[in-house]
Design a protein around this ligand. Structure first.
Ligand SMILES: *Cc1c(COP(=O)(O)O)cnc(C)c1O
Length: 360
């Protein structure tokens, strides 16, 4: 077996312990005589898996009792439509556009109502988070929307926007469970799990219970109503069973690491190793304003496209894979999610130093 250091933005690295455990349970899950992939989602065995996953997530994030946890399909992108369909009672929402994912969400919402872009960082290729302390929040806005960590551009909100009392909705796909959050500040927190938690195709939605109503936009499909999924405890139809099982294992792994406070410390340490080097390097530089830097996604460039390509190629040959930047921005990006060990980041920096010496 030859595992690489995988810096993919998503689907992304998972904890080796989790993969090994899943492998050992593949043919016979805990004496059931079958794989989790083969069992009924209504069976007793599976009921324990999904209930434990929710309980562990609640414990990790200290989710208050008046919030529901939904395990749904369609990835993060389906939420771009589900959110307006379920929450746009006045057909007005305010969006803060700090990158491509927020932009896509705003475009989707505009199919259902009036979308006001109340702040944006498009003027500087999304390399910073705008000041959101006093925005022109719309009087009749149903919610204010952010993408909390911008996977492509490598920025993160360090303080949440002042929504002036409006419901905050946040896409946390690429910072999910990377540090503690105060769930009570949000109306909806959601994220596709393939960045920091599990296999692609699933989204976790944490939603305050008063936002779950039957009053949705006309024509909202049954499968896109939060109420349907909440009433059925995420078992309205067959859920993404195996994904939920893997996510549950990752929750247990996170608890074993010491929970989200501990993860935050580790993630800060890992990110500092890379950013400190980028700040001192004469060849590489980070592309994000320091105050807005993400702990999870670190974009960087040499300033020379040919050299960037050479770096990506030589890094891959040395076992550091998926370092090519997003196709829309170029350069490099190292995604250093929870499951990336600190040794992986240190080894990458050593490799970058050697590359700098040879190519400067
Ligand atoms: C990857 C990503 C998405 C899209 O996720 P899908 O599961 O592919 O729909 C949305 N938002 C953010 C912040 C992402 O990083």
């Amino acid at each position: 077996m030859n595992r690489v250091y995988n810096f993919s933005a998503g689907p992304a690295v998972l904890p080796e312990e989790v993969l090994q455990e899943a492998a050992s349970e593949m043919m016979d899950y805990q004496g059931s005589g079958m794989s989790v992939m083969e069992m009924s989602h209504r069976s007793k065995v599976y009921d324990k898996i999904i209930k434990e996953a929710e309980a562990d997530l609640r414990e990790l994030m200290q989710i208050p009792d008046n919030y529901r946890v939904l395990f749904l399909q369609g990835g993060a992108s389906l939420q771009f439509a589900m959110i307006p369909m379920n929450l746009m009672k006045n057909r007005v929402a305010d969006y803060i556009v700090t990158g491509q994912w927020a932009k896509k969400a705003a475009q989707e919402a505009a199919m259902y109502g009036k979308v006001n872009v109340v702040a944006s960082s498009a003027d500087k290729t999304f390399s910073y988070i705008p000041d959101c302390s006093d925005l022109p929040i719309s009087e009749d806005a149903d919610y204010v929307y952010i993408c909390e960590n911008n996977t492509i551009y490598g920025t993160k909100f360090k303080t949440l926007p002042n929504t002036k009392g409006k419901t905050l909705v946040a896409d946390v796909s690429s910072c999910f469970l990377s540090e503690p959050v105060d769930v009570s500040k949000y109306g909806v927190i959601y994220g596709g799990v393939q960045k920091n938690i599990g296999p692609a195709g699933m989204v976790i939605v944490i939603i305050r219970e008063d936002l779950i109503t039957e009053d949705v936009l006309p024509g909202t499909p049954t499968m896109m109503r939060y109420k349907i999924h909440d009433d059925a405890a995420s078992l309205y139809n067959t859920p993404p069973c195996y994904n939920i099982y893997i996510c549950g294992k990752v929750f247990k792994w996170l608890k074993k690491q010491g929970g989200l406070e501990a993860m935050k410390k580790i993630n800060e340490k890992k990110a500092a190793i890379l950013y400190d080097y980028l700040d001192s390097s004469k060849l590489f530089r980070g592309t994000v304003e320091p105050a807005s830097r993400s702990l999870m996604n670190v974009p960087f460039v040499t300033g020379n496209e040919e050299l960037d390509a050479k770096f990506v190629k030589e890094a891959a040959a040395a076992g550091f894979v998926n370092l090519k930047g997003h196709r829309t921005v170029g350069g490099m990006r190292a995604s250093i999610y929870n499951a990336m060990p600190i040794e992986g980041v240190s080894a990458l920096v050593e490799f970058m130093k050697a590359f700098e010496k040879e190519n400067l």
